[in-house]
Write a protein that binds this ligand. Structure first.
Ligand code: MIG
Length: 684
């Protein structure tokens, strides 16, 4: 059963595109409302002046509040790209697409805003069968989701405006968690399907500065015999960070260069940033201004903020015409042979706004001679500058021009629809690519996201660090992302910030060989992170070769999950709902229909404890001869229970459920050379 509660006049997000025919629609205009699960209260005092924008991300006042009393044993799943565990209970999250490169566990939001969560009550004394229901808050602004943090049994979701749709999903099924996800996924529409080559291994760095540097990466991968399908171009391929330009000095004869790589099975994938450099000499900016396609301030002047290129303008992606206009520019690169893109900085990230920086400079000038700063004035000074970036006040200071349901043009302040920006930027690209190249499959993924965007692209999980903690985090993020529709996902393998280590990179690869997006990426200034930069390069070759051997299986599980609205990565309890240990397992996942993975995520260990919720077949790849690059792995039957499995950093193991088998291809230097007809099945 699906209930839809509508409060006020919600903004149309197009997150949900297929409401079930038998949905229960409830139009709520009363102050207090009991829902199928939980209740809602509306703050009348705040409603009167809720036209004013949020002062900060501290949501102490609310216009809308949802409450549900959690049982002591309830678990919470979902919430997509967030920090902490698979079970989200015990923390407070904020739905607000944020450009924050420090993904520590105290962070309440990352780049995505994914307002879908499931409350699960395992079978217990009072309820012989497990129960669950899910909530989707269809709302594009700031939402605070308190999962038993302020008070351990209170799930409280609040928002500064009471214009919201809430969907409540309830299912009766022995695998109730999976059934609920399927219902939700059907409502939000089929997930994006990337091209086959996007399942190959990909190498990135901020930045490969010249065409020769890129050629060199490819040459080194070839020399090491490590398969490769893509090399990324970060912001430095452009002229002064201008979207849809190429620095011809560093990348001469770009179309020829693209062809040269593609002839060797490697796709160059350029980045596109959300901000357009403010420059009257630059045609994208000039056109955007002339046509009125950039976001504007209250007084109608164009909103200006600093990002990479300095002062920039922000396309109004919520406006249909502006969206079509920006999207068509991707042609500039597809005409040169490009068939993959990553969209960045589309929260949107703002280093400072023009108005904000003027104010801070004026204040600093005033106190220019004051060198005797105390605890308050010193930190005050520091905060003034630090708070320039991604400031909530700036997000409240510019406007989108949208059409309402009646077809009338309407202005809406950005903070009310903030979480749609990256979604609509990516939709702009996807729609234009589809319009202009209907027969071409194009790789597209984005940093910022909201539910709905999963139909247009994948995501990567942004600026993590070369920390073991972030390897663990990326494992824990996958199921939640899948629940919210994002199937083509992956983290920066090896870590983006900080220097990686050989062992961390190897263990990360051994996990990421399961993620559809398998990309090694690192920040400017870090040590070399390409696999060939480390000793005993054969260890890297063997693990990446195994990924290629598994691509036929991974791809077909992906297509199945997309088609059937299934999860590619599941928490163990989705398949073993009665199992008390499976309920608490935070470092193993089910993959597809037949595999369980248990990656090693700790440094200096030579194995790990694994929990088997039933007897399974352990598949162990130990060296080139023993399965990694050719030949077959060792297969051992293992009983239900806890086992210690020994596994060195250059070895890989996983489990196949009894009665299932998995195909292995022979490795290939790139997906184009993979022979998917010559498969050997392992397991029985
Ligand atoms: O603020 O383009 O997450 O992957 O390398 C940094 C440079 C901007 C952030 C992305 C990262 C990319 C980097 N970008």
């Amino acid at each position: 059963m699906v209930y839809k509660y509508t409060f006020g006049k919600p903004f149309e997000t197009e997150s949900v595109i297929d409401e079930p025919a038998e949905i229960n629609r409830i139009n709520c205009q009363q102050q207090d409302q009991n829902l199928a699960f939980g209740n809602v209260s509306i703050n009348q005092n705040l409603l009167q002046n809720c036209n004013s924008s949020i002062p900060s991300l501290e949501l102490s006042d609310f216009a809308f509040k949802y409450n549900y009393r959690l049982g002591d044993d309830d678990l919470i799943f979902g919430l997509g790209e967030t920090t902490r565990g698979i079970n989200k209970r015990g923390f407070l999250f904020k739905s607000w697409c944020s450009d924050d490169p420090s993904h520590t566990e105290d962070k309440t939001s990352l780049y995505g805003a994914h307002n879908f969560l499931i409350v699960y009550t395992p079978a217990g004394k009072t309820n012989p069968n497990p129960k669950a229901f899910a909530l989707f808050f269809d709302y594009p602004g700031l939402l605070q989701i308190d999962c038993g943090y302020t008070s351990k049994n209170a799930l409280t979701v609040s928002a500064p405006s009471a214009d919201i749709n809430i969907y409540i999903i309830e299912e009766n099924h022995s695998f109730v968690l999976n059934a609920i996800c399927k219902t939700f996924r059907k409502m939000i529409g089929k997930s994006y399907l990337p091209p086959f080559w996007a399942f190959g291994y990909q190498q990135s760095r901020w930045s490969y500065y010249t065409a020769d540097e890129v050629r060199n990466v490819l040459k080194n991968y070839q020399k090491a015999g490590i398969p490769l399908d893509a090399i990324y171009l970060d912001i430095d391929y452009m002229q002064g960070y201008r979207d849809f330009t190429i620095d011809e000095k560093k990348f001469p004869n770009f179309a020829y260069f693209v062809q040269e790589l593609k002839d060797q099975g490697v796709h160059p994938v350029p980045i596109i940033d959300a901000g357009v450099k403010a420059d009257p000499e630059y045609s994208v900016d000039r056109e955007g201004i002339e046509k009125g396609y950039f976001c504007k301030k209250e007084d109608g002047s164009v909103f200006t903020a600093g990002v990479w290129p300095g002062k920039s303008h922000f396309p109004d992606f919520l406006n249909d015409e502006a969206r079509a206009w920006f999207g068509d520019y991707y042609n500039f690169l597809t005409k040169k042979g490009i068939d993959g893109f990553w969209n960045d900085m589309n929260e949107p990230a703002l280093f400072y706004s023009e108005d904000g920086i003027k104010k801070v400079f004026a204040e600093l000038k005033e106190s220019l001679d004051d060198t005797n700063l105390d605890i308050n004035s010193f930190f005050g000074l520091r905060d003034k500058v630090a708070r320039l970036a991604n400031n909530p006040k700036d997000y409240a200071s510019f406007y989108h021009t949208v059409k309402n349901a009646a077809g009338e043009t309407q202005k809406i302040s950005h903070d009310k629809v903030h979480n749609m920006y990256g979604y609509m930027m990516t939709r702009s690209a996807a729609e234009a690519l589809q319009r202009n190249l209907p027969d071409k499959e194009i790789l597209l993924f984005s940093r910022a996201s909201m539910i709905g965007m999963h139909r247009y692209s994948g995501i990567w999980t942004g600026d993590n660090c070369a920390w073991w903690e972030h390897l663990r985090l990326s494992l824990r993020q996958m199921p939640g992302l899948n629940m919210c529709g994002f199937l083509y996902c992956g983290s920066d393998i090896g870590g983006f910030g900080c220097n990686t280590s050989r062992e961390l990179l190897l263990r990360w690869l051994a996990f990421a060989m399961w993620t559809p997006l398998m990309r090694n990426h690192t920040a400017a200034g870090t040590r070399a992170q390409e696999c060939y930069a480390f000793e005993q390069v054969e260890d890297f070759r063997q693990i990446i070769s195994l990924r290629y051997r598994l691509i036929p299986h991974i791809y077909s599980e992906f297509v199945y999950a997309r088609q059937e609205n299934e999860l590619l990565f599941k928490p163990l309890c989705f398949e073993y709902p009665e199992d008390k240990i499976a309920l608490q397992t935070e470092d193993q996942l089910m993959f597809g229909r037949s595999i369980m993975i248990a990656p090693v995520v700790e440094p200096n260990v030579r194995g790990r404890f694994v929990y088997l919720p039933e007897a399974m077949q352990m598949v162990f790849f130990s060296s080139s001869a023993c399965g990694l690059e050719s030949g077959l792995p060792q297969i051992t039957e293992m009983e239900k229970g806890v086992h210690f499995v020994e596994c060195e950093p250059n070895q890989v193991f996983f489990f196949i459920k009894k009665g299932h088998s998995v195909p292995l291809a022979m490795p290939a230097p790139c997906t184009a050379k993979l022979n998917c007809n010559d498969l050997t099945y392992i397991g029985k």
